[in-house]
Design a protein around this ligand. Structure first.
Ligand SMILES: Cc1cc2nc3c(=O)[nH]c(=O)nc-3n(C[C@H](O)[C@H](O)[C@H](O)COP(=O)(O)OP(=O)(O)OC[C@H]3O[C@@H](n4cnc5c(N)ncnc54)[C@H](O)[C@@H]3O)c2cc1C
Ligand SMILES: NC(=O)c1ccc[n+]([C@@H]2O[C@H](COP(=O)([O-])OP(=O)(O)OC[C@H]3O[C@@H](n4cnc5c(N)ncnc54)[C@H](O)[C@@H]3O)[C@@H](O)[C@H]2O)c1
Length: 441
């Protein structure tokens, strides 16, 4: 049996970050990947999503300016856009594999545990001082009759022809971002939501504004609706719910993601886990000595995002190479849904402190500024949360909410007060950054 210093299971952002850092050491490393090297984010997640969103945003902004200097709004050619996307992204897994292979041994296949400290893949068995599980998450598929007709974000992000009628089940990040995209390209979109609201990570008021904006563009929502069955008809698919039927040519299951643990055969080990992921301590070690977990597969309260996965990769490298013996402490994490308008936030959620006199909440409409008026952005609204004069939370709905909220992250994370900020920072004018100084007490 071959022995390594470190075995990385998975090659997504969490493992890739660690692999890059380990490449600067003389440790013997094995990387095991069962699917596309690079994992979700670059191949079938954030990166292709934001690439496609570029064209969608141009279309939506030009529509927003119709009659205000724009006479002919842009039109999205899905097939042409997808060709450019495939040309850019198709080589990535192969290129990532080549990069990893330059420094390490690799195995193309799904790893599973034989016992607490032994891994098997492709009939080979391996042991290591440290085994790092970085297997991420995978989309849920509803267990309903007709589930064979359900597609996932993986499929949609490579769809060569745009179906005319698309039904999306679920209104979280994936459901709303992909609805924005395909609707901008001209598809008729219906979103079936099993609860009474969307997203939930943001404020209720922001969620409502987003839903109204999407409805105004013709996207239909069916709230408090359970999908019971999908069946095939001569003229397409029929999505059967407890509140009637929806005709569709394509049905996207966007009902969430679950940790990739089935293939790991954790039942052969003492590693504890549940449906949210693998349990780890404050050093990211599982319940088995020497076995660690990082990235989306971890059971934790922080959101499952690429920067969080990379942060854990960096922390574990520092911990295992003796650079730190401290517990992991997560920074202030920014989060956004790349819908149109965008919603973004960091720190304390204003909804969580409603009525709590320790906090002061300030809401500012941004539409009067020339920057936003120039886009005919009637929606942009910023909400700031203060405690003892210190900014502790920021959230925004608007065309550029994600970038706008990035302005507030250092102020919240580094606990900078208004005077310190104004003394040390002069932002570019006219941008939201320039408004920050005036918004801080
Ligand atoms: C559509 C979509 C859009 C997203 N957009 C954003 C965004 O805008 N911003 C953001 O921050 N995050 C976004 N995310 C989330 C982001 O992609 C993940 O947080 C990130 O990829 C997690 O990295 P990871 O390394 O933990 O897991 P992954 O990237 O999922 O990588 C895990 C890898 O492990 C492999 N694997 C699984 N089981 C095994 C096994 N047994 N043996 C070997 N290999 C195995 C998988 O094949 C995969 O390649 C998005 C996700 C999706 C689906
Ligand atoms: N912009 C971003 O940063 C971004 C984008 C996409 C994904 N992500 C990451 O991926 C994670 C997963 O995103 P997601 O959209 O897949 O999940 P999600 O948890 O955000 O949304 C799932 C949706 O499905 C619904 N749902 C759950 N079970 C259902 C059922 N049985 N029937 C009908 N509806 C059901 C939920 O109510 C929710 O609306 C996110 O939490 C985030 O961490 C991030």
């Amino acid at each position: 049996m071959k022995k390594y210093d470190d075995i990385l299971i998975g090659s997504g952002p969490a493992a890739y970050k660690m692999a890059n850092l380990l490449a600067k050491t003389d440790r013997k490393v094995l990387v095991i990947e069962g699917f596309e090297y690079g994992g979700t984010c670059p191949n079938y997640g954030c990166e292709p999503k934001i690439f496609l969103e570029g064209a969608a945003r141009t279309v939506l902004q030009s529509q927003q300016l119709l009659g205000r200097g724009i006479s002919q709004p842009a039109k999205l050619d899905w097939e042409a856009l997808m060709q450019t996307k495939l040309k850019r992204f198709d080589p990535w897994p192969g290129e990532t594999r080549d990069i990893i292979k330059k420094s390490y041994d690799i195995e193309d296949g799904y790893a599973s545990f034989v016992d607490n400290h032994t891994i098997t893949v492709n009939g080979h068995q391996y042991r290591a001082d440290h085994i790092i599980i970085a297997t991420g998450q995978t989309p849920n598929i509803l267990d309903i009759p007709g589930k064979e007709y359900l597609y996932t974000s993986y499929d949609l992000l490579s769809l060569k022809e745009l179906p005319q009628r698309i039904t999306i089940i679920g209104a979280g990040f994936v459901g709303l971002e992909l609805a924005t995209l395909v609707a901008a390209a001209g598809a008729e979109v219906t979103i079936v939501v099993h609860s009474d609201r969307v997203l939930r990570e943001f404020t209720k008021a922001e969620d409502e504004v987003l839903v109204n904006a999407m409805k105004q563009r013709g996207i239909k929502f069916s709230f408090n609706t359970d999908t019971q069955k999908v069946s095939q008809r001569k003229d397409g698919l029929l999505v059967i719910t407890n509140h009637g039927e929806v005709q569709a040519d394509y049905v996207l299951d966007a009902t969430g993601r679950h940790p990739n643990i089935e293939k790991l055969a954790l039942e052969n080990t003492d590693i504890e886990y549940d449906r949210h992921g693998i349990n780890v301590d404050d050093h990211l070690m599982t319940t088995v000595d020497g076995v660690y977990a990082i990235g989306d597969v971890v059971n934790r309260k922080q959101p499952k995002l690429t920067p969080v996965a990379e942060f854990e990769g960096q922390y574990l490298f520092d911990y295992l190479t003796g650079k730190t013996d401290q517990d992991i402490v997560y920074p202030t994490i920014g989060q956004a849904a790349f819908t149109f308008p965008e919603v973004a936030r960091a720190g304390v959620n204003p909804d969580d402190v409603t009525g709590d006199s320790q906090y002061q909440v300030k809401t500012v409409s941004l539409k009067y500024g020339s920057l936003y008026a120039g886009q005919n952005d009637q929606i942009s609204t910023l909400t700031l949360v203060f405690k003892d004069q210190q900014l502790v939370g920021a959230s925004e709905i608007g065309d550029y909410a994600a970038d706008d909220i990035n302005n507030f992250l250092p102020i919240i994370g580094l606990k900078i007060n208004g005077d310190e900020y104004r003394q040390k920072v002069m932002a570019i004018y006219p941008t939201l950054g320039d408004k920050v100084a005036g918004l801080l007490p």
